[in-house]
Structure formats: structure tokens, C-alpha cells
Design a protein around this ligand. Sequence first.
Ligand code: SF4
Length: 278
Amino acid sequence: MAIIEQLTQDFLRTKKLPHIWCPGCGNGIVTAALVRAIERADYDQRDVVIVSGIGCSSRAAGYLNFNTLHTTHGRALAFATGLKMARPELKLFVIMGDGDCSAIGGNHFIHSARRNIDLNAIVVNNHIYGMTGGQHSPLTPIGKKATTAPRGTLEREFNLLELARGAGATFGARGNAAQPRQLEQLITRGAKHKGFSIVEALSPCPIAYGRRNKLGGPVDMMKDLKENSISTERAAGKEDSELEGKTITGVIFNYEEPEYAAEYYHSIGKEIPVKSSG
Ligand code: SF4
């Protein structure tokens, strides 16, 4: 059986398909990269939990054949934290959209990073609230239009990875839907990291964001994503002026610090479970 068919059969709830995503949306590509990364990490399927909030990308939890938690808007990291503390042996991947993670869930995000709890956040950044009506999020670039910013937003966007780093996250990487193999590798590296990891996945939303901002169709948006990205290796040594308008992809930071669940179990004199009881 071809690899793709095997992955589909093993890791997707095919009865839940077809998915709800619009033609040209990047959510499916990011979801596929996550599936391949989990396969690559060689985890037992029963030990993997996908946690998501609310939004287009968060619908992925319904399609994935692992333990899944589809939670409330902005609260995915809070649910995941509770689960990780109770069952630290589990491998948790938390899928969030840009608004879900950095606005409604912003407080959970900075404190998850601060604790350095061993969760793997995958933030699908399409610069807009897609499902709830095209409102601007803290990751909508300044000047871009949204239903809540018809003349263009006046607010500067967060640099999500720098926000995470400043709050205490120990692994941060950025990829995009136009370069899915790199994205898969970054998610795998984040999964293997001990502590709070975040992978920002830039992804096109041609419907709620692209149309309103006249960015062309899905192919144009994909092309732009690819052409405007530069890897950390290629960016090294370049002047700021040469990087103007470019988005750096790859591992942006990677540190070692004590992990919260392990520290907690140690503080109460218990061994942290490392293997699932099944
Ligand atoms: S609204 Fe945007 S993000 Fe949501 S499914 Fe459609 S293209 Fe994707």
C-alpha cells in the first residue's frame, strides 16, 4: 500500500471526511505535516493526544485518529496542561489558530511558555479569524484589512515566536504550508524537545484574508509564501535591509531548561510516569 494511503488509513477518521475547509486553504497541508511528523517520531498512537481550540484549523482534531480533545475558544493550552499534569507520559500536540492562541488564549499561551511544560503547540497563522467572520487577530499584519478593520488594521502584529521566547518557551520554529517537508521536520523536532515547543505554521486563507486584501488566488498566496521565506541558514550573515519583507523559517530558538511536569512530580517525591499504562 502506498505510504499516503497507509497514513490516511491509520491516522485519519475517514468517516468524518470530507473536511470543511475551503478549496485552497492551507489547513489540510499543515494537518498532513503533523500526521507525518507523529509517524516520524514513532510514537504509539495510543499515547498521542491532539488538543485543539476553536477555529478552522482546530477542526483538525475531529479528523485525526488519535485521542482528541476539541475544547473551547482560546483554552486548548489550559486543557492540555491539565492533561499533561495528570498523564505526563502522553505526547500532546495542541493545534491553535492565530486568534485562538494569541488573543483569546493569549494568557494561557504566555503562562504555558513560562512554565516550560512539555506541550507541542502548532499555531496555524493565516493572519485572520477565518471561521468566526474574518476579524483581525494580533497576528494580522499592520495595514491589512479585515471585517473589523475595513480600512486596514492600525495595530502592529505580534512576533509570535519572540513573544513565546520572551515568556520562557524553550523551542520555537517557523515553517509554512508551501514548504510542507520542512514543516514536518520542524514539528518532529518540536515533538522531541523536552519543554514547551511552538511551531508557527504560516498558512493561506484565500477566503477570509486573501480576497479582502486582494492577494490573488490560492496559488498566488502559496507562491508568495514560498518566495518570501528564507531559511535560518540562508538568512545568517545577511544585513537587515536584505531581509526586508522576508520571513525566516527554521528553528529560531532552542534551549534547555527544567520541564514543569517533571519538576512538579519531583517536588512531591513521586516518579514521573514515562510509559503509558495502555
Ligand atoms: S475561511 Fe480561511 S482558514 Fe477557514 S477554511 Fe476557509 S480558507 Fe481555510
